[in-house]
Design a protein around this ligand. Structure first.
Ligand SMILES: NC(=O)C1=CN([C@@H]2O[C@H](COP(=O)(O)OP(=O)(O)OC[C@H]3O[C@@H](n4cnc5c(N)ncnc54)[C@H](OP(=O)(O)O)[C@@H]3O)[C@@H](O)[C@H]2O)C=CC1
Ligand SMILES: O=C(O)CCC(=O)C(=O)O
Length: 429
């Protein structure tokens, strides 16, 4: 007998979602058999706590008024305030933001940060707008979501196409509306505004740390290891540089301008300069070009997707020849592709562990803001590396104990922590 009430018109949550939210739901279902008595709370994870869709009216430089659609979703706040980035992208959808917020709940719990999960987004291609227009859009978006964010409620941070400047505008807008400076309302701020040293590089550094742990587990020396990277922004660019500096051969990099390749290894520092000057990897010196299909089929020791969700699917998973997949991006691998890669023995370090370095240093930033006492970059990096290694080792151990993948192990650890908090808090106000 069903324990849920039935209705003639299904709720939007009951629709079959083929997008990122549907992928997240499949991942949650895979963890159900391992939750024991906590299984009775599983439905909690399939329902975001709070969804806010906002209209953002803005006057453009040419005097016209235009409207953007923005979102902030708080998936779960059982273990602490919501935490997660804000994305500006033309393809942002509610399904995507719901999934990204849920992956934040899982990530924060997997690494044992005292946060729930949240995420935000604005449907906009920021390349089409001037800086003053982006400032007005960001400020209006912040005012609109101001009813649910706050240093103890939900703390945004940078994600795709947002950065420290975006966070400065958000912090200033929220503070003006509150009538008091609230540094702790966002993380990833400029250091001059209470931001943390090391935050800009933190996600890529975390990818490097767990990628190195995985290589060590498989007996692969970093020196000479072939690495390919999709996405050469904050996460992919930093991870590529750190592997390069340790002697790995970064043989291919792809962004939306194309894919550059050199089987002897690209000069990553020169490539970063080239991207700074031209806006993309296309046309970089000492490289040939590859099609996307050729990029995925390259033989590598380490492959790092660090762009958007849904890049590795049943259509390209069979061609992938890498020993280790380190998910810098959120949700880059669909469940079918996950199964194909696992059956080939690919060692997958899932997003909820691999890219947790950013939110870990965001946590350090939040703590520093509250205590008004700031750590050195060396201290930050040391603590970050320790937390990433601990999380990787603990989740590997659970994977071995239950004979499951690292992704399912991370979900077992995280979902158990979230649902235990749910259970012990109880349901009624
Ligand atoms: N920033 C952070 O702290 C964190 C980010 N992440 C995740 O990491 C991923 C990347 O984020 P981040 O580096 O911050 O974002 P950025 O905006 O800095 O960089 C995104 C990169 O991805 C490239 N890209 C976008 N679409 C495509 C595509 N279809 N094919 C190939 N390349 C593409 C972009 O290329 P181009 O510039 O040419 O458009 C750019 O190089 C996202 O999934 C994000 O959610 C996860 C944890 C924390
Ligand atoms: O730093 C943060 O708070 C969140 C970063 C983020 O959005 C992510 O990990 O996907």
């Amino acid at each position: 007998m069903s324990t849920q009430p039935t209705h003639a018109i299904p709720s939007y949550l009951d629709q079959k979602d083929p997008g990122p939210w549907g992928i997240y739901l499949q991942q949650v279902d895979r963890v159900a058999p391992y939750l024991g008595r906590l299984g009775k709370w599983l439905e909690t994870l399939k329902r975001p706590k709070r969804i806010l869709v906002v209209d953002i009216p803005v006057e453009l430089d040419n005097g016209t008024i235009t409207h953007f659609e923005g979102y902030r979703v708080q998936h779960n706040i059982s273990r602490g305030p919501g935490k997660g980035g804000v994305r500006f992208h033309q393809d942002v959808t509610l399904s995507e933001v719901m999934a990204l917020s849920a992956w934040m709940s899982v990530k924060n719990a997997a690494v044992n940060l005292p946060f729930g999960g949240a995420k935000g987004g604005v449907r906009i291609d920021p390349r089409n707008y001037s800086m003053p227009e982006l400032e007005r859009i960001t400020r209006r978006y912040t005012s609109e979501i101001g009813v649910i964010i706050g240093p103890h409620k939900d703390i945004p941070a940078p994600d795709v196409n947002t950065n420290a400047q975006t966070m400065a505008w958000m912090m200033d807008t929220y503070s003006m509306n509150e009538g008091a400076t609230a540094t702790g309302v966002v993380t990833g701020k400029p250091v001059s505004l209470g931001g943390s040293l090391g935050r800009v590089e933190a996600t890529g550094r975390g990818v490097f740390v767990v990628g190195s742990e995985a290589a060590n587990d498989l007996g692969i020396p970093l020196k000479g290891a072939r690495v390919s990277v999709q996405g050469f922004g904050n996460v992919g660019g930093t991870a590529a540089r750190l592997f390069y500096e340790q002697g790995a051969k970064v043989i291919a990099v792809q962004d939306h301008t194309g894919c550059v390749h050199n089987s002897n290894g690209l000069n990553v520092l020169a490539l970063l300069n080239h991207v700074e000057q031209t806006g993309g990897v296309a046309g970089a010196a000492d490289s040939d070009t590859l099609t996307p299909a050729e990029f995925w089929a390259l033989e590598t020791e380490i492959l790092i997707p660090a762009a958007l969700e849904g890049q590795i699917t049943k259509h390209n998973a069979n061609s992938i020849k890498t020993r280790i997949l380190v998910e810098g991006a959120n949700g880059p691998t669909t469940p079918e592709a996950d199964d194909i890669l696992n059956s080939k023995g690919t060692h997958i370090v899932p997003d909820v562990v691999a890219n947790a370095g950013g939110v870990t240093v965001s946590y350090f930033e939040w703590v520093q803001d509250f205590s008004s006492f700031y750590w050195t970059e060396a201290e930050i990096n040391h603590r970050l590396e320790a937390m990433m290694r601990t999380a990787y080792t603990a989740i590997s151990a659970v994977a071995k104990e239950h004979k499951v993948t690292m992704r399912t192990a991370a979900f077992i650890v995280a979902c158990s922590r979230i649902l235990e908090a749910r259970e012990v808090r109880g349901l009624y106000p």
